[in-house]
Design a protein around this ligand. Structure first.
Ligand code: NAD
Length: 483
């Protein structure tokens, strides 16, 4: 659905659609065709957005809005997302290539996130703290004021809802900078929020490059907190700037998650879990189970099943009936995946499935890559240690529980992990020892907005989601009344 209009899509500042001298092009990774030109923010727009956000957040219309009224507004945004679900899903699909069913599910999930934070917003309480004298002491929670939300391309709307909904529920104004690869769902969210009655300036949407708009936003003295989801290198760069500003940051970063299959596991269920865990979304998921650990005794039989299922995955255009895997989100990213698979072979890895582009002529213009399984790698290989963020699974073996835990934790990352076993005692023991922010037992990628989410080690700082996901966007104040 290429856009035929010639002028770039404007950005949203202070409730007004604003153009810019700079623009970025978005490309449909399934076809290689241009989608849209989108206005890209520079220093002038970042300043204007921060100014407008501060003005808006100090207006009585927002500052004095009662929690249940803010909750009603968040619900109206959710209703708007439901109403425009097809359009939101299509925008995501043509910009990052995810299959239609997943795009639809992610829009529904994003609307549910707004509803969840509406509920938290009007039920979460301040506290009266135990007095140690003749006074009444309280803890009150207040917004930072203006916060920046910076999001990646793999699940744009999911991440945007996960940041914008709690930050608004907490009483902030938000400047949202979506990925340069997927700016359109965020612009649409801005439009829906305005339509729902969000005061102008409370949500500004500024597409632009990370090294320009993103960097300027993080460094801006008027931005009091940053919530970032993306790569570990970008997260580290943001944390450095935040250290200089002494500004809080929440960082949801990369992963290299271990997915473990014990000898007593239900092998068919485990195969399905492992396949979904790595190949859903073409492996472009922060929690992708990209390191498979199979007990040595069952490795041969498990691999037979896994490889048969992997080869049967239907890679197709994202809106094709029955498509299970679409393209990689960009051509540049496919190049990177290809080069990492080549590197794995040079380090002694053996491609057991995939390892190349599909033969299908219909897919030749897109950034497609087959689901890939690689065996024979040692623990130091690059493909075992580094996040590939693509449909590439490396297979490793373990002997016993101690060996398993040591290998699984031998990673700079610690975002997620999965274990398949019939022994609930073992599941509990291993889950407690794994250095990961989420652990799944006999399931994988089960995510809920009510459960805090985040990473150990290089996978991030802070936790989004849950009630504490709202507190992430507030600071506490102690208030004392002499009695
Ligand atoms: P990225 O780090 O390149 O970009 C993410 C966002 O940050 C984009 O909007 C980009 O423009 C911006 N950005 C980049 N450098 C910046 C800087 N110095 N200052 C400010 N903004 C900057 O990541 P990506 O390639 O878009 O996404 C893939 C990465 O995101 C993967 O590593 C993946 O694991 C991670 N991710 C993590 C989670 C999670 O919840 N932990 C979820 C999804 C994706």
């Amino acid at each position: 659905m290429p856009d035929t209009s010639s002028s770039p899509k404007p950005m949203l500042i202070d409730g007004v659609w604003v153009s810019s001298a700079e623009s970025i092009a978005t490309i449909d990774p399934a076809t290689g065709l241009a989608n849209f030109e989108v206005a890209a923010a520079g220093a002038g727009q970042v300043d204007a957005a921060v100014e407008s956000a501060w003005r808006a957040v100090r207006q009585p219309a927002w500052r004095d809005m009662l929690a249940h009224q803010r909750a009603a507004l968040l619900r109206r945004i959710a209703d708007g997302m439901d109403k425009h679900a097809e359009r939101l899903a299509r925008l995501q699909m043509i910009e990052n290539g995810k299959v239609w069913a997943e795009c639809k599910a992610q829009v529904a999930g994003a609307a549910a996130t707004f509803r969840y934070y509406a509920g938290v917003c009007e039920t979460v309480s301040a506290e009266v703290t135990p007095a140690r004298g003749n006074y009444l002491s309280m803890t009150q929670y207040e917004p930072y004021g203006v916060v920046a939300a910076i999001t990646p391309w793999n699940s744009p709307l999911t991440m945007e809802a996960q940041k914008v909904a709690p930050a608004l529920a907490a009483g902030n104004a938000v400047i949202l900078k979506p990925s340069e690869v997927t700016p359109s769902p965020a612009l649409e969210l801005g439009r829906i929020a305005l339509e729902a009655g969000l005061p102008p300036g409370i949500l500004n949407v500024l597409p632009g490059l990370g090294g320009n708009a993103g960097r300027l936003l993080v460094a801006h003295p008027g931005v009091r907190m940053v919530s970032f989801t993306g790569g570990t290198a970008s997260g580290r760069a943001i944390a450095r700037v935040a250290a200089d500003k002494l500004m809080p940051v929440a960082l949801e970063l990369g992963g290299k998650s271990p997915h473990i299959v014990c000898a007593d596991a239900d092998l068919d269920a485990a195969v399905a879990g492992v396949i979904g865990g790595i190949f859903e979304g073409s492996g472009q998921s922060c929690v992708a189970g990209s390191r498979l650990f199979v007990h040595r005794d069952i490795q041969a039989v498990f691999l037979d099943k896994l490889l048969a299922r992997t080869r049967a995955i239907r890679v197709d255009l994202p809106d094709a009936q029955g498509a299970q895997m679409g393209p990689i989100a960009s051509f540049a990213h496919r190049d990177r995946i290809e080069s990492m698979v080549r590197g794995a072979c040079e380090e002694g890895g053996e491609v057991l499935a995939g390892g190349r582009r599909p033969d299908d002529e219909r897919l030749a213009q897109g950034a497609f890559y087959l689901p890939t399984v690689i065996g024979g790698l040692g623990p130091q290989a690059c493909a075992v240690r580094e996040e590939i963020f693509g449909p590439v699974l490396v297979v490793l073996a373990f002997e016993d529980e101690d060996d398993l835990v040591a290998q699984a934790n031998d990673s700079a990352y610690g975002l997620a992990a999965g274990i398949w076993t019939a022994d609930y005692r073992r599941a509990w023991r291993v889950a407690r020892q794994l250095e990961a922010g989420s652990v799944w037992i006999n399931t994988y990628k089960q995510l809920s907005i009510s459960t805090p989410f985040g990473g150990y080690k290089q996978s991030g700082l802070g936790r989004e989601k849950g009630v504490s996901g709202l507190r992430l966007y507030q600071q506490s104040k102690g208030i004392y009344f002499a009695m």
